[in-house]
Design a protein around this ligand. Structure first.
Ligand SMILES: Cc1cc2nc3c(=O)[nH]c(=O)nc-3n(C[C@H](O)[C@H](O)[C@H](O)COP(=O)(O)OP(=O)(O)OC[C@H]3O[C@@H](n4cnc5c(N)ncnc54)[C@H](O)[C@@H]3O)c2cc1C
Length: 331
């Protein structure tokens, strides 16, 4: 395969372009440049333990290694910083979470992540009514910088190339909008709206991410980001008062301080019921392929899924069955 054309250049399209170019494929891209796309609004967090039930992320250790390597290669190529390491402190919202945590820890489900118990009480001004725990192996990826840098480079290379070829393959990477594409509407995308706040919290000095389900992420000085909501019914990518009230209430519970809202943003995630990406060629039209379904875990799962698809398209390597779209094809 010589030339791939990518439609949609969010996180999925950008990572795929990177992987294809590494394999020597000429890549062209087109994007509607939506400033409120999921990738532009995302916090870019990679967390190895997720959700109310405090489960280890699916293939967390393996996928984190791949993500770390991929972002490091891009950093090196473009002279930018994308990756930051963090610790995270988690506040239990109810007693049962403490039991789940101890159960999983005692069964070594979190290994090799180092987890440290936090007893119920007040620690550094934060109330832990049922306790909590602290862990490392957390990172953030600066997705807007990734998109701006790699996207710009792809656009420049296209201009310099000058010649227009018919692509060997077109890959749709349009996020949740894949749902409205007749070619791909059979894929079970379940869009989920997410909202975040950009805030100041005067006097708060956090050097870690703090979460009780809603997270507070330091971004410099007394500026923080608070997120994120999850709404599977509202598909309007505009901020809501309900979202702002919920995020503020949860964050207030964590820090008990004045929070000054500077901005609010919303976007629609390309989520899927089984929380796995979708990749592959169209079963009846092999000049078309798709990469979507990154849901809440684009920063973690994106690099691995992009590698899988690139190697499948170029070398015909089989896709991991967990993400191959063929299992959803019913015709
Ligand atoms: C509030 C919020 C917080 C989040 N936080 C995190 C987080 O901490 N960690 C994490 O890993 N993930 C997070 N996510 C999820 C993350 O954003 C997604 O997993 C990922 O960015 C999805 O990337 P994508 O490229 O598939 O989709 P998108 O980002 O939606 O990109 C699709 C692109 O396609 C373009 N497009 C659409 N239709 C067309 C068309 N017809 N022609 C051309 N171009 C088109 C759009 O303009 C867009 O640029 C968060 C999401 C939200 C909303």
């Amino acid at each position: 395969m010589k030339h791939a054309h990518i439609v949609g250049c969010g996180l999925a399209g950008t990572l795929l372009a990177w992987e294809l170019k590494k394999l020597g494929v000429e890549v062209s891209v087109v994007d509607t440049a939506n400033p409120e796309s999921s990738s532009r609004v995302a916090a870019g967090m990679i967390t190895p333990i997720t959700g109310r039930r405090l489960k280890p992320s699916w293939r967390g250790h393996e996928l984190t290694q791949i993500a770390r390597t991929t972002y490091a290669e891009i950093q090196q190529e473009f002279g930018i910083i994308l990756w930051s390491d963090w610790t995270l402190k988690r506040v239990f919202r109810e007693e049962i979470m403490r039991e789940w945590f101890h159960d999983r820890r005692d069964k070594h489900e979190y290994d090799p992540i180092v987890v440290t118990d936090i007893e119920p009480g007040v620690h550094d001004g934060v109330t832990y009514p049922f306790g909590g725990f602290e862990h490392g192996s957390v990172a953030t990826v600066d997705i807007p910088t990734l998109l701006n840098t790699v996207g710009q480079s792809l656009a420049q290379q296209k201009d310099v190339g000058g010649t227009v070829h018919v692509p060997d393959i077109t890959i749709t990477c349009t996020g949740y909008q894949t749902l409205h594409d007749p070619l791909w509407s059979w894929l079970p995308i379940e869009p989920s709206k997410g909202e975040i706040l950009d805030v100041r919290i005067p006097g708060l000095q956090l050097d870690h991410i703090l979460t009780n389900g809603t997270w507070i992420l330091p971004v410099g000085g007394d500026h923080y980001r608070i997120g994120a909501t999850h709404d599977w019914d509202d598909h309007e990518p505009s901020p809501t008062e309900a979202g702002r009230i919920k995020l503020l209430a949860d964050a207030q519970q964590l820090v008990g301080r004045e929070i000054v809202v500077l901005g609010q943003r919303a976007a629609i995630r390309p989520s899927t019921k089984f929380k796995r990406p979708f990749v592959g060629r169209h079963p009846t039209n092999p000049t078309q392929a798709v990469f979507t379904g990154l849901g809440t875990k684009g920063a973690l799962q994106g690099p691995w899924a992009a590698q899988q698809l690139a190697r499948h398209l170029v070398y015909e390597e089989p896709l991991d069955p967990d993400i191959d779209i063929i299992k959803w094809w019913k015709s």
